[in-house]
Design a protein around this ligand. Structure first.
Ligand SMILES: Cc1ncc(COP(=O)(O)O)c(C=O)c1O
Length: 405
């Protein structure tokens, strides 16, 4: 190990040499950000149409959230769960209330919330449903994305997420997304939960048929199986409602939340459910040193208060129509299909125009940041503070990239 002159190398070179290569980022180096805009180290501005995979739903450095963070930094930031803090109880109460549930299990990352939800479901199965310990199964959907821990990739259908990472956690069954009959066939006496993204995000913003989630809800009730909705990316106003499940009037037994819950400032995730489910956890059975820390809890409370006002949901619904209308206008002009709800759009681009990554690079050169999901699919998910004019400008840039201008 030599002592490096870090000044001599660019931030990208330093990443290339010293950071694990588990991402393949666009060559844009953010130095500051505000609202829907990111400024790079050379002072170039980019319209952010990814919003950190929906973690920045309320905009970069949202003033209300930043004010909360500053105030909390001046009081107390971390005590662990060995003691109480004056922030965690109010946060849990407010979040549970927003979800129409009794209790909250606070964690940090999305994958941790998913892992936690799986543990709760297994414990519920063993203690309440009466499934013999070690025999539980959980049903998931093909092409899911719930994170990248060992247990979570154990039920992924993406070879890149799995290859070389075995052995995997047993106890999962995967069925086609949107196919209620396949789900019904997969349920048996030892099924404790069905885990779904209400709209599959990383798969390309796949919206299920209208009867799917209501049918899943009914099946779960019929078979005494927990319906777990992973709303980590789809929730918290992204699709025009507080939860994507709201589009179909469905209330799952368990919500998994993350990303935007931390206001774009801290990692904060949660499992939210009624007492007869989350009450299966006892001291020592699960935990996290940082989970529900006072800084995160204070920010989470502000995020919940902002969501309770409804303005971000309304914005997403209204501006989402504009985004979808404009994107659908490009069908036949380089775009093959547009999917999604609210300010969340998956766009399939004519493959002959280049890979999704190549299109993203061309858009970045024009000052618009979007992210490819698979092959030729792009995802538009701007911060919900974006304006109609900014949407129009981003889609104009996209149209010109598609025309090769
Ligand atoms: C639906 C869903 N669940 C879970 C996760 C994992 O969240 P995290 O990256 O915070 O672990 C993601 C991340 O994109 C996601 O989209």
């Amino acid at each position: 190990m030599t002592i490096l002159d870090t000044q001599a190398l660019s931030p990208i070179d330093l990443m290339e040499r010293h950071a694990a290569h588990n991402y393949s980022p666009l060559p844009v180096v953010a130095a500051s950000a505000e609202g829907a805009w990111i400024t790079d180290i050379d002072g170039r501005r980019y319209l952010d149409c990814l919003a950190a995979y929906s973690a920045v739903n309320f905009g970069h450095r949202n003033p209300e959230i930043i004010a909360t963070a500053h105030a909390q930094l001046d009081t107390v930031t971390l005590v662990s769960r060995a003691f109480h803090s004056d922030r965690l109880g109010p946060f849990c109460a407010a979040l549970a209330d927003m979800c129409g549930k009794d209790m909250v299990l606070p964690m940090n990352s999305g994958a941790e919330a998913v892992e936690s939800g799986l543990k709760v479901a297994r414990k519920w199965g063993a203690e309440i449903k009466g499934v013999p310990d070690g025999q539980a199964n959980i049903i998931v959907a093909d092409n899911n994305f719930h994170g990248r821990t060992i247990s979570v990739v154990s039920f992924s259908s993406d070879p890149v997420a799995r290859n070389g990472f075995g052995p995997f956690t047993p106890g999962f069954r995967s069925v086609p997304f949107g196919d209620t009959a396949a789900l019904a066939r997969a349920i048996d006496d030892n099924t404790v939960a069905v885990l779904l993204e209400p709209i599959q995000g990383e798969a390309g913003i796949i919206v299920p048929p209208d009867d799917y989630l209501p049918d899943v809800r009914a099946l779960c009730w019929e078979h005494n199986v927990l319906m777990i909705a992973d709303e980590i990316q789809s929730g918290l106003a992204r699709t025009g409602y507080t939860f994507a499940c709201d589009h179909w009037g469905v209330v799952p037994d368990v919500f998994l939340l993350g990303k935007a819950l931390g206001g774009g400032v801290v990692p904060l995730s949660a499992v939210v459910a009624d007492r007869d489910i989350l009450g299966v956890l006892h001291p020592g059975e699960h935990g996290s040193t940082f989970g529900g820390n006072p800084l995160a809890a204070a920010i989470g409370s502000t995020v919940v208060a902002m969501l309770q006002r409804g303005e971000f949901q309304a914005r997403s619904a209204r501006l989402g129509e504009r985004l979808h209308d404009r994107l659908r206008g490009l069908i036949g002009a380089g775009v093959v299909a547009v999917r999604g709800l609210g300010l969340w759009a998956g766009v399939d681009v004519e493959p002959s125009l280049g890979s999704g990554k190549q299109i993203c690079l061309r858009l970045a050169e024009r000052g618009v940041l979007v992210k490819d999901t698979h092959d030729s699919t792009l995802r538009f998910a701007p911060p919900l503070v974006i304006t109609e004019r900014e949407i129009d400008w981003a889609v104009d840039q996209f149209a010109e990239v598609l025309q090769g201008a």
